[in-house]
Write a protein that binds this ligand. Structure first.
Ligand SMILES: C[S@@+](CC[C@H](N)C(=O)[O-])C[C@H]1O[C@@H](n2cnc3c(N)ncnc32)[C@H](O)[C@@H]1O
Length: 224
């Protein structure tokens, strides 16, 4: 299998031939190589304030470990892999070609371009069906209300959706400050749990509450 377009009807130009991807790929000149957009730690801390993961977690697109490090600091056992070698975790692992789950849960901010996020979600849900674990993905808010995805969301509703404010996933340490158009992106965590049916619960997370914080308060003012 070399293509990975899962959700909705896509133009042929959106189809990614993963077998043909060089080790450092660039989906368009405007995109960072390898779709490397690291997650600020406050986004993962905020997730951990409202979600619990019992058992091991797989971060299958770990990059430099921005998510994995927060999970580890919170006491989780984490398996970190990535297609590209960023000096963290196990490099050279194409998640889309993996055949067995490496941990019970999957938590990541996946690569987005050209249907990669769609492919990561579908692959993750398949593994979670095997392990009985959860899947948590940091995604672009625009993808939640997109005509090519509406029917897919209805068929695979996350148990919970968390909009998170003021998160900028940009590798400033590599490329300098994020361009202004990029800072306008908004994100949400989608959390799938086994056997969930029906509507998704929705809540709001404040990244500022977790920017400096090293602890993991278990409420974030969420009503249960
Ligand atoms: C948006 S970045 C996020 C990195 C990390 N999850 C974080 O939150 O900081 C996406 C990552 O996906 C990795 N990646 C891209 N395609 C992949 C694939 N097929 N398998 C595994 N990792 C991949 C890239 O190398 C990059 O590190």
């Amino acid at each position: 299998m070399s293509t990975a377009i899962i959700i909705g009807a896509r133009r042929p130009s959106f189809v990614v031939n993963h077998a043909a991807l060089p080790e450092a790929f660039r989906i368009s000149p405007r995109r960072i190589p390898n779709e490397y957009y690291p997650t600020p730690p406050e986004a993962t801390r905020a997730l951990l304030s409202v979600e619990q993961f019992e058992g091991s977690i797989w971060e299958p697109a770990c990059g430099e470990g921005a998510i994995a490090s927060v999970l580890i600091a919170a006491g989780h056992k984490v398996v970190s892999t990535d297609l590209v070698d960023y000096g963290f975790g196990i490099a050279g692992v194409d998640f889309l070609k993996e055949t067995r789950p490496r941990a019970r849960h999957i938590v990541t901010n996946p690569p987005y371009g050209s249907g990669l996020a769609d492919a990561f979600i579908t692959k993750s849900l398949g593994f979670a069906a095997e392990t009985g674990g959860s899947v948590a993905m940091l995604l672009n808010l625009a993808s939640l209300a997109h005509r090519t995805r509406t029917s897919w969301w209805r068929a695979h509703p996350p148990a919970r959706l968390y909009a998170i404010d003021d998160v900028v996933c940009w590798p400033t340490h590599r490329y300098g400050p994020a361009p202004s158009h990029f800072t306008k992106h908004r994100y949400f965590w989608a959390v799938w749990i086994p056997n969930h049916q029906g509507p998704s619960a929705f809540w709001w997370l404040s990244s500022a509450e977790f920017r400096q914080r090293q602890s993991f308060p278990k409420n974030n003012n969420k009503r249960r």
